[in-house]
Ligand binder design. Structure first.
Ligand SMILES: C[S@@+](CC[C@H](N)C(=O)[O-])C[C@H]1O[C@@H](n2cnc3c(N)ncnc32)[C@H](O)[C@@H]1O
Length: 266
């Protein structure tokens, strides 16, 4: 179901290109995601938009109630293929037919807009007693949760209104332009339930890629990346005032953090 892109169609320095070379970051979920979900085991339907190779799926899967659902969406097919291979390698069952499946789980899939004919869905075992131990508590135990993989662009409507308890969107929204960012946040707002939570990261104007990037005419805080794996890609950067103005109209801001990753070896 995950459509493959032909090698010759690949644009260098895109994520499809990066993941298809076998690079996958999954072992270390983001600390901020773990912290925001700490203690939760009650969520019903959550989403990881632009999941990449599924780095943050372990804490999301472990935040669910039994039978709950994580929907992981991504634009790069090889990212989703890496997640599917991870699930298969660890022995989780792939679900292909709603009729042979538990009716409550089928309703949950339907509520999140998941169609078993066009999405890969895995039944992931979880160890309910040791959920707090993180990834080691996945793929064993007697309870199960569901993981649906969807090839989709985050800027296009996908989820029904008020269908999700939590959305994680890490490291990806800055690739969109200002209008795309605003529209995509609007889609997320619509997809979240009343007391839903959005965990989202934006690229900071304190990032060296902002100071070193090539300015783009007419776009004050957009840059073309000057070097590295993402050379040539365009990205929008945000300072605190811009974020408050952008998010404040749509969401109640619970916490605004500045996250920094510094290379200690190159
Ligand atoms: C830096 S990675 C982050 C991956 C993951 N969220 C994480 O925290 O490790 C950015 C991801 O965003 C995806 N992406 C970029 N633009 C997208 C779009 N419009 N729709 C869906 N995914 C997109 C890329 O393919 C890539 O996998």
């Amino acid at each position: 179901m995950i459509q493959h892109t032909c090698e010759s169609d690949m644009i260098p320095n895109t994520y499809e290109h990066i993941y298809s070379r076998g690079i996958a970051h999954r072992r270390y979920p983001s600390e901020d995601v773990i912290r925001c979900l700490a203690g939760r085991q009650d969520l019903e339907i959550v989403a990881d938009l632009a999941t990449g190779t599924g780095r943050n799926l372990a804490p999301l899967l472990l935040s669910l109630r039994p039978g709950g659902l994580v929907v992981a969406t991504e634009a790069a097919p090889s990212g989703l293929e890496a997640v599917a291979n991870w699930c298969r390698a660890l022995g989780s069952t792939e679900i292909a037919d709603a009729k042979t499946f538990d009716p409550e789980a089928s309703r949950r899939l339907e509520r999140a807009g998941i169609d078993l004919r066009s999405h890969n869905v895995f039944k992931v075992s979880v160890d309910s007693d040791h959920r707090h131990l993180g990834p080691a508590a996945l793929f064993r135990g007697s309870e199960y949760v569901l993981l649906a993989l969807c090839l989709s662009d985050m800027s296009e409507p996908f989820f029904p209104s008020s269908s999700l308890d939590v959305i994680v969107n890490r490291g990806s929204i800055s690739y969109l332009d200002e209008r795309g960012v605003r529209a995509t946040l609007g889609l997320m707002r619509d997809a979240l339930r009343e007391a839903g939570q959005l965990i989202v990261t934006f690229k900071s104007t304190r990032d060296t890629r902002f100071s070193e990037g090539e300015a783009i005419e007419g776009h004050h805080r957009r840059r073309r990346i000057a070097s590295g794996d993402q050379q040539g890609l365009e990205m929008d950067f945000f300072d605190e005032a811009r974020l408050v103005a952008l998010l404040g109209g749509m969401f109640e801001i619970k916490r605004l953090l500045h996250l920094e990753e510094t290379d200690v070896m190159t």
